[in-house]
Write a protein that binds this ligand. Structure first.
Ligand code: ZN
Length: 160
């Protein structure tokens, strides 16, 4: 069986940046399991997985445009500290869910300046060239229910 749209795919992966720092890895954990062809993973990785078979191992380097996007400086904003109700202390590196026109968005505190908090709405991996070492561990047909939902159920997927 080859990887194509509507297959459920499991991979082990290691993600590194240009400096060789490990940003993420499935080592020692369950493999990442996703429904192929629907944009559930970044485009560059999904494209590189087309037509692969179980046991394939490969390395792919992905530019930001095919990864988590370029950094957008307009997504860095200053908001008053008093808009963080119920948070005792706001420190750089904290992350919050914020309501945006596109839905819920993860924002990261990059600085606190007096009564102002500087927030970055860019994805933490935006602007980074990503290198994935990948091993394909399983491929199966998606169930009708998984196709209707657009995501994987069971191990590594949604439980509901
Ligand atoms: Zn579902």
């Amino acid at each position: 069986m080859q990887i194509e749209s509507n297959k459920v795919v499991s991979i082990h992966y290691k993600l590194t940046n240009d400096d060789g720092d490990i940003l993420d890895s499935s080592e020692g954990q369950e493999p990442l399991t996703y429904l192929h062809g629907l944009g559930n993973i970044i485009p560059g990785l999904e494209n590189a997985l087309n037509d692969r078979i179980v046991g394939d191992k490969f390395t792919v380097t992905i530019a930001p445009a095919e990864g988590y996007g370029e950094r957008d400086n307009e997504m860095v904003q200053s908001v008053p500290k008093n808009s963080f109700q119920g948070v005792d202390e706001i420190l750089p590196g904290m992350q919050f869910q914020a309501q945006s026109p596109d839905g819920m968005q993860l924002v990261t505190v990059i600085d606190v300046d007096g009564d102002e908090v500087i927030l970055d709405g860019n994805h933490p991996m935006a602007g980074i060239t990503l290198t994935f070492d990948v091993e394909v561990t399983e491929i199966r047909d998606a169930t009708t229910e998984e196709l209707e939902h657009g995501h994987v159920h069971g191990p590594g997927g949604h439980h509901h």
